[in-house]
Design a binder for this molecule. Structure first.
Ligand code: ATP
Length: 263
Protein backbone atom coordinates (compact mmCIF):
# COMPACT_ATOMS: atom_id res chain seq x y z
CA UNK A 1 0.00 0.00 0.00
CA UNK A 2 1.38 3.41 -0.89
CA UNK A 3 1.33 6.47 1.32
CA UNK A 4 -1.43 9.00 0.80
CA UNK A 5 0.12 11.28 3.39
CA UNK A 6 3.39 11.15 5.23
CA UNK A 7 4.61 13.53 7.91
CA UNK A 8 8.16 13.06 9.18
CA UNK A 9 9.28 15.04 12.26
CA UNK A 10 6.92 17.87 11.35
CA UNK A 11 6.64 21.02 13.43
CA UNK A 12 4.68 24.22 12.92
CA UNK A 13 5.96 27.06 15.08
CA UNK A 14 4.21 30.43 15.52
CA UNK A 15 5.36 33.15 17.92
CA UNK A 16 7.88 30.76 19.41
CA UNK A 17 5.21 28.13 20.18
CA UNK A 18 4.93 24.73 18.52
CA UNK A 19 1.34 24.29 17.33
CA UNK A 20 2.38 20.95 15.88
CA UNK A 21 5.35 19.45 17.67
CA UNK A 22 7.59 16.88 15.99
CA UNK A 23 4.78 14.83 14.47
CA UNK A 24 5.45 11.72 12.40
CA UNK A 25 2.37 10.12 10.88
CA UNK A 26 1.49 8.19 7.76
CA UNK A 27 -1.82 7.49 6.08
CA UNK A 28 -1.89 4.59 3.64
CA UNK A 29 -4.21 4.06 0.70
CA UNK A 30 -7.59 2.72 1.79
CA UNK A 31 -7.30 3.96 5.38
CA UNK A 32 -9.88 6.34 6.85
CA UNK A 33 -8.51 8.40 9.73
CA UNK A 34 -10.12 10.32 12.56
CA UNK A 35 -8.16 13.12 14.24
CA UNK A 36 -9.37 13.56 17.83
CA UNK A 37 -8.26 16.11 20.37
CA UNK A 38 -9.34 18.98 22.60
CA UNK A 39 -9.76 22.61 21.51
CA UNK A 40 -6.48 24.14 20.40
CA UNK A 41 -4.68 20.78 20.17
CA UNK A 42 -3.52 21.36 16.59
CA UNK A 43 -6.08 19.32 14.63
CA UNK A 44 -6.91 21.99 12.05
CA UNK A 45 -3.21 22.80 11.73
CA UNK A 46 -2.57 19.14 10.83
CA UNK A 47 -5.40 19.26 8.29
CA UNK A 48 -3.99 22.45 6.78
CA UNK A 49 -0.64 20.71 6.33
CA UNK A 50 -2.41 17.75 4.69
CA UNK A 51 -4.22 20.11 2.31
CA UNK A 52 -0.92 21.78 1.23
CA UNK A 53 -2.19 25.19 2.37
CA UNK A 54 0.32 25.30 5.23
CA UNK A 55 4.03 24.59 5.02
CA UNK A 56 5.80 23.14 8.05
CA UNK A 57 8.42 25.08 9.95
CA UNK A 58 10.44 21.87 10.20
CA UNK A 59 10.23 18.32 8.88
CA UNK A 60 8.84 16.86 5.66
CA UNK A 61 5.26 16.59 4.43
CA UNK A 62 4.54 14.33 1.46
CA UNK A 63 1.00 14.38 0.05
CA UNK A 64 -0.06 11.87 -2.64
CA UNK A 65 3.60 11.20 -3.36
CA UNK A 66 4.48 14.90 -3.72
CA UNK A 67 6.82 16.49 -1.20
CA UNK A 68 5.84 20.00 -0.07
CA UNK A 69 8.50 22.49 -1.11
CA UNK A 70 9.53 20.40 -4.11
CA UNK A 71 6.37 20.53 -6.17
CA UNK A 72 3.91 23.09 -7.45
CA UNK A 73 1.04 22.99 -4.97
CA UNK A 74 -1.32 24.20 -7.71
CA UNK A 75 -0.91 20.83 -9.43
CA UNK A 76 -1.53 19.03 -6.15
CA UNK A 77 -4.55 20.91 -4.78
CA UNK A 78 -7.17 19.65 -7.27
CA UNK A 79 -6.34 16.13 -6.06
CA UNK A 80 -7.38 17.03 -2.51
CA UNK A 81 -10.96 17.69 -1.42
CA UNK A 82 -11.44 19.90 1.62
CA UNK A 83 -14.70 20.52 3.47
CA UNK A 84 -14.65 22.81 6.47
CA UNK A 85 -15.63 26.20 7.81
CA UNK A 86 -12.62 27.88 6.18
CA UNK A 87 -13.93 26.80 2.76
CA UNK A 88 -17.50 27.88 3.55
CA UNK A 89 -16.27 31.40 4.27
CA UNK A 90 -14.66 31.68 0.83
CA UNK A 91 -17.85 30.80 -1.04
CA UNK A 92 -20.44 33.22 -2.34
CA UNK A 93 -23.59 33.21 -0.24
CA UNK A 94 -25.67 34.21 -3.25
CA UNK A 95 -24.79 31.21 -5.39
CA UNK A 96 -27.25 28.37 -5.56
CA UNK A 97 -26.41 25.04 -4.00
CA UNK A 98 -25.95 23.51 -7.47
CA UNK A 99 -23.60 26.33 -8.54
CA UNK A 100 -21.65 26.04 -5.29
CA UNK A 101 -20.88 22.41 -6.06
CA UNK A 102 -20.44 22.93 -9.79
CA UNK A 103 -17.83 25.70 -9.47
CA UNK A 104 -15.52 23.24 -7.72
CA UNK A 105 -15.08 21.45 -11.07
CA UNK A 106 -13.57 24.66 -12.40
CA UNK A 107 -11.37 25.32 -9.36
CA UNK A 108 -13.26 28.43 -8.39
CA UNK A 109 -15.07 29.70 -5.38
CA UNK A 110 -17.42 32.00 -7.32
CA UNK A 111 -19.53 31.49 -10.42
CA UNK A 112 -18.62 33.43 -13.56
CA UNK A 113 -21.50 32.09 -15.61
CA UNK A 114 -19.21 29.97 -17.71
CA UNK A 115 -20.85 27.26 -19.73
CA UNK A 116 -20.74 24.21 -17.59
CA UNK A 117 -20.61 20.87 -19.26
CA UNK A 118 -23.68 18.70 -18.83
CA UNK A 119 -21.49 15.90 -17.50
CA UNK A 120 -20.29 18.17 -14.66
CA UNK A 121 -23.82 19.22 -13.83
CA UNK A 122 -24.90 15.57 -13.73
CA UNK A 123 -22.04 14.78 -11.35
CA UNK A 124 -22.89 17.72 -9.08
CA UNK A 125 -26.52 16.59 -8.95
CA UNK A 126 -25.48 13.01 -8.18
CA UNK A 127 -23.21 14.04 -5.27
CA UNK A 128 -25.87 16.36 -3.88
CA UNK A 129 -28.41 13.56 -4.17
CA UNK A 130 -26.17 11.18 -2.21
CA UNK A 131 -25.96 13.78 0.52
CA UNK A 132 -29.71 14.33 0.60
CA UNK A 133 -29.62 17.79 -0.98
CA UNK A 134 -31.74 17.27 -4.09
CA UNK A 135 -34.57 19.44 -2.74
CA UNK A 136 -32.17 22.36 -2.26
CA UNK A 137 -30.47 22.62 -5.68
CA UNK A 138 -31.76 26.12 -6.39
CA UNK A 139 -31.53 27.51 -2.85
CA UNK A 140 -28.92 30.19 -2.19
CA UNK A 141 -25.97 28.83 -0.24
CA UNK A 142 -26.22 31.66 2.29
CA UNK A 143 -29.76 30.65 3.28
CA UNK A 144 -28.89 27.05 4.21
CA UNK A 145 -28.91 25.71 7.74
CA UNK A 146 -25.63 24.55 9.26
CA UNK A 147 -26.30 20.91 8.41
CA UNK A 148 -27.41 21.65 4.85
CA UNK A 149 -24.30 23.78 4.36
CA UNK A 150 -22.05 21.00 5.63
CA UNK A 151 -23.60 18.44 3.30
CA UNK A 152 -23.21 20.86 0.37
CA UNK A 153 -19.53 21.35 1.21
CA UNK A 154 -18.90 17.61 1.24
CA UNK A 155 -20.59 17.26 -2.17
CA UNK A 156 -18.43 20.16 -3.38
CA UNK A 157 -15.26 18.54 -2.07
CA UNK A 158 -16.13 15.34 -3.98
CA UNK A 159 -16.61 17.18 -7.27
CA UNK A 160 -12.96 17.13 -8.37
CA UNK A 161 -12.82 13.38 -7.76
CA UNK A 162 -10.16 13.85 -5.07
CA UNK A 163 -7.74 11.15 -4.02
CA UNK A 164 -7.74 12.54 -0.50
CA UNK A 165 -10.81 13.98 1.25
CA UNK A 166 -10.31 16.17 4.33
CA UNK A 167 -13.28 16.87 6.60
CA UNK A 168 -12.92 19.47 9.35
CA UNK A 169 -15.56 18.90 12.06
CA UNK A 170 -18.33 18.02 9.59
CA UNK A 171 -20.85 17.31 12.36
CA UNK A 172 -20.12 20.36 14.56
CA UNK A 173 -23.23 22.41 15.26
CA UNK A 174 -25.67 19.79 13.97
CA UNK A 175 -28.65 18.60 15.99
CA UNK A 176 -28.96 14.93 16.91
CA UNK A 177 -30.89 14.02 13.75
CA UNK A 178 -28.53 16.02 11.55
CA UNK A 179 -25.49 14.42 13.15
CA UNK A 180 -26.84 10.91 12.79
CA UNK A 181 -27.87 11.55 9.20
CA UNK A 182 -24.38 12.84 8.36
CA UNK A 183 -22.61 10.03 10.23
CA UNK A 184 -24.64 7.46 8.26
CA UNK A 185 -23.82 9.15 4.95
CA UNK A 186 -20.11 9.41 5.83
CA UNK A 187 -20.20 5.77 6.92
CA UNK A 188 -21.57 4.77 3.53
CA UNK A 189 -18.84 6.81 1.83
CA UNK A 190 -16.14 5.34 4.07
CA UNK A 191 -17.16 1.80 3.13
CA UNK A 192 -17.24 2.56 -0.59
CA UNK A 193 -14.10 0.94 -2.05
CA UNK A 194 -13.75 3.61 -4.74
CA UNK A 195 -14.17 6.52 -2.32
CA UNK A 196 -11.05 8.62 -1.66
CA UNK A 197 -8.82 8.23 1.38
CA UNK A 198 -10.41 10.25 4.16
CA UNK A 199 -9.22 12.21 7.19
CA UNK A 200 -11.85 13.67 9.50
CA UNK A 201 -11.31 16.00 12.43
CA UNK A 202 -13.76 15.76 15.32
CA UNK A 203 -14.10 16.48 19.04
CA UNK A 204 -16.52 13.62 19.71
CA UNK A 205 -16.16 9.83 19.46
CA UNK A 206 -19.94 9.71 18.83
CA UNK A 207 -19.25 11.34 15.45
CA UNK A 208 -16.88 8.61 14.21
CA UNK A 209 -18.64 7.07 11.21
CA UNK A 210 -18.61 3.29 10.81
CA UNK A 211 -15.89 2.31 8.34
CA UNK A 212 -13.29 4.72 9.71
CA UNK A 213 -10.27 2.55 10.40
CA UNK A 214 -7.66 4.62 12.24
CA UNK A 215 -7.43 7.32 14.87
CA UNK A 216 -4.80 9.92 15.69
CA UNK A 217 -5.07 11.59 19.08
CA UNK A 218 -3.34 14.91 19.56
CA UNK A 219 -2.84 17.12 22.60
CA UNK A 220 -0.84 20.37 22.70
CA UNK A 221 0.59 19.68 19.27
CA UNK A 222 1.94 16.25 20.18
CA UNK A 223 0.64 12.89 19.01
CA UNK A 224 -0.56 10.79 21.97
CA UNK A 225 -1.68 7.76 19.99
CA UNK A 226 -2.02 6.80 16.33
CA UNK A 227 -3.18 3.51 14.87
CA UNK A 228 -6.20 1.27 14.32
CA UNK A 229 -9.37 2.47 16.07
CA UNK A 230 -9.82 -0.93 17.76
CA UNK A 231 -6.49 -0.76 19.56
CA UNK A 232 -5.96 2.99 20.08
CA UNK A 233 -9.41 4.30 20.98
CA UNK A 234 -9.16 3.26 24.62
CA UNK A 235 -10.39 4.91 27.82
CA UNK A 236 -6.77 5.44 28.85
CA UNK A 237 -5.74 7.19 25.63
CA UNK A 238 -8.92 9.29 25.52
CA UNK A 239 -8.49 10.34 29.17
CA UNK A 240 -4.90 11.41 28.52
CA UNK A 241 -5.95 13.24 25.38
CA UNK A 242 -8.77 15.27 26.96
CA UNK A 243 -7.20 15.57 30.42
CA UNK A 244 -9.91 13.98 32.57
CA UNK A 245 -11.04 10.43 33.37
CA UNK A 246 -13.20 9.15 30.51
CA UNK A 247 -14.74 5.80 29.74
CA UNK A 248 -15.11 4.91 26.08
CA UNK A 249 -17.46 2.19 24.91
CA UNK A 250 -18.05 0.52 21.62
CA UNK A 251 -21.61 -0.08 20.56
CA UNK A 252 -21.60 -2.10 17.32
CA UNK A 253 -19.86 0.08 14.78
CA UNK A 254 -20.25 3.26 16.88
CA UNK A 255 -18.52 4.76 19.93
CA UNK A 256 -19.58 6.71 22.99
CA UNK A 257 -17.57 8.32 25.78
CA UNK A 258 -18.43 9.81 29.14
CA UNK A 259 -16.61 11.34 32.08
CA UNK A 260 -16.47 9.48 35.39
CA UNK A 261 -18.71 11.17 38.02
CA UNK A 262 -17.07 13.51 40.53
CA UNK A 263 -16.83 12.06 44.03
N1 ATP B 1 -1.34 31.70 12.86
C1 ATP B 1 -1.31 31.38 14.16
N2 ATP B 1 -0.50 32.05 15.01
C2 ATP B 1 -0.45 31.73 16.33
N3 ATP B 1 -1.16 30.73 16.88
C3 ATP B 1 -1.98 30.04 16.07
C4 ATP B 1 -2.10 30.31 14.68
N4 ATP B 1 -2.98 29.44 14.16
C5 ATP B 1 -3.40 28.67 15.16
N5 ATP B 1 -2.82 29.00 16.32
C6 ATP B 1 -2.98 28.35 17.64
O1 ATP B 1 -2.55 27.02 17.45
C7 ATP B 1 -3.27 26.14 18.31
C8 ATP B 1 -3.80 25.00 17.47
O2 ATP B 1 -4.81 25.49 16.62
P1 ATP B 1 -5.73 24.52 15.77
O3 ATP B 1 -6.73 25.39 15.05
O4 ATP B 1 -4.88 23.64 14.94
O5 ATP B 1 -6.42 23.68 16.92
P2 ATP B 1 -7.63 22.68 16.85
O6 ATP B 1 -7.17 21.43 17.51
O7 ATP B 1 -8.15 22.56 15.47
O8 ATP B 1 -8.66 23.43 17.79
P3 ATP B 1 -10.26 23.49 17.81
O9 ATP B 1 -10.71 22.15 18.26
O10 ATP B 1 -10.54 24.54 18.84
O11 ATP B 1 -10.73 23.86 16.44
C9 ATP B 1 -4.33 27.00 18.99
O12 ATP B 1 -3.88 27.28 20.29
C10 ATP B 1 -4.39 28.25 18.13
O13 ATP B 1 -4.74 29.38 18.91
Amino acid sequence: MSDVLELVDVSVVRDGRALVDDVSWSVKEGERWIILGPNGAGKTTLLNLASSYLFPTGGDVTILGARLGRIDVFDLRPRIGMAGIAMAEKLSKRQTVLETVLTAAYGMTASWHENYEQVDEDRARAFLDRLGMTEYLNRRFGTLSEGERKRTLIARAMMTDPELLLLDEPAAGLDLGGREDLVRRLGRLARDPIAPSMIMVTHHVEEIPPGFTHVLMIRQGKVLAAGPVETELTSRNLSLCFGLPLVVERNGARWTAQGLPLR
